[in-house]
Design a protein around this ligand. Structure first.
Ligand code: TXA
Ligand code: MG
Length: 374
């Protein structure tokens, strides 16, 4: 039987509404206060009862947050206009930012996309299930709202037993952005989802902490040359091994609507210090002293080795060149430090190779221009 800890909307009502101050007024007015069902499952062996409950809700047009290997998604039936519209309202997401459609096997991608180029088949065979989203020509039958007016659709097969079981049981493709309020750090636990969305969605399927913590790579395959729209868990080097060359970079272009918006930001300022390992430590130490002198109570997100030197509260990750370790902790650390009473967060950047590109991309957005290069 599912460990169903019951509705949480009631308990969190006041906080949910107050916590949504970043939302446009229309989003607040439109979002009804709901009782959010909290369905806890084992990440490797999710109980069929909980999956059936969540799948039934999805089929009926409800919003269900679910775990993936990257971050939690906020799911709705991708064939149901009304359900998809509610995703945008619940998150306060701009209507021109399209959603990823999640499928449970590669064959289902053919029912979402209008034809798969050879590169898509090769990449799906190599990286699915996994953190690679492919942008393909859109097929009729998927809600046009999912694509936000574009002639394309983004598709991915997540590598998480609960996500795959849910999509299979629902029997429909599942549109899902990250399950956070728009602009906030992405959620890597069921608790993060509830902190942002309790009272605004019908249910969360909670399987604990996500293994990777950084959203999928988004690759556009609709032009002659593959374009990387968002770096992620599948690196440019990984893609080059299948494609024969690295994809072109399209970050920030009109093709990648999501990159136009401020993202991943906690409610307190984030300062990113990036560059050579030694100089980063020196510059971060100077910055921490300066912020402390200004009465800003800084906290640090840094390597375990350096963190002890700062003399302020710190969340640590592994070595300077271990981008995966920072990626796993990044969003939870931003949320934890925001709650800790600190007035600012100083982050030591990591080497920008492999997964480091995705981690630094998210950090620069969270910092919103407060970047110190040394
Ligand atoms: O790992 C992930 O990708 C997570 C999990 C839940 O699957 N999802 C996620 O969704 O990060 P979201 O909505 O937070 O980010 C989706 C990104 C956005 O930058 C969006 O603009 C882009 O994908 N995107 C979606 N559809 C697109 C399309 N048709 N063309 C270009 N970009 C698209
Ligand atoms: Mg997102």
């Amino acid at each position: 039987m599912p460990r169903d800890s019951g509705p949480v909307g009631g308990r969190n009502r006041g906080r949910t509404i107050i916590g949504s101050w970043r939302q446009p007024v229309w989003a607040l007015l439109e979002a009804k206060i709901l009782e959010t069902l909290h369905l806890e499952v084992d990440p490797r062996n999710p109980s069929p009862g909980a999956i059936a409950k969540a799948a039934g809700l999805l089929r009926s047009g409800a919003l269900v947050a679910f775990p993936t290997e990257t971050v939690y998604g906020l799911g709705a039936n991708a064939r149901d206009d009304g359900a998809v519209r509610r995703i945008f309202a619940a998150k306060g997401r701009p209507a021109d930012n399209p959603l990823i459609v999640h499928v449970a096997d590669p064959a289902e991608a053919e029912r979402v996309a209008a034809g798969l180029p050879e590169a898509a088949r090769l990449l799906m065979a190599r990286f699915w299930p996994g953190p690679l989203t492919l942008v393909l020509p859109r097929r009729e039958g998927i809600s046009a709202l999912v694509s936000a007016g574009l002639p394309t659709v983004a598709v991915r097969m997540p590598d998480h037993a609960a996500a795959l079981a849910l999509i299979r049981a629902a029997g429909v493709p599942v549109a899902a952005p990250s399950a956070n309020l728009s602009g906030r750090p992405s959620p890597t636990s069921g608790a993060h989802v509830l902190a942002d969305l309790a009272g605004r969605i019908e249910a969360v399927l909670d399987a604990g902490t996500c293994g990777q913590g950084i959203e999928s790579t988004v690759l556009d395959l609709t032009a002659d040359t593959p374009h990387l729209l968002r770096p992620g868990g599948v690196t440019a080097e990984d893609l080059a091994r299948v494609l024969g060359r690295e994809p072109a970079c399209a970050s920030g272009s009109a093709k990648s609507p999501g990159t136009r918006y401020r993202h991943y930001a906690p409610a307190i300022p984030v300062y990113l210090v990036e560059g050579d390992e030694e100089r980063v430590r020196e510059a971060a130490r100077d910055l921490v002293r300066e912020l402390a002198a200004r009465g800003l109570s800084p906290a640090v997100l840094g390597t375990a080795e350096n963190a002890a030197c700062y003399g302020v509260p710190a969340v640590t990750y592994g070595a300077w060149n271990d981008a995966a370790a920072l990626g796993r902790r990044l969003y939870a650390a931003l949320r934890d430090l925001e709650q800790s009473g600190a007035g600012a967060i100083v982050v030591e950047g990591v080497a920008e190779t492999g997964l480091g590109r995705a981690v630094m991309d998210r950090l620069r957005r969270a910092a919103g221009g407060r970047v110190i290069r040394v």
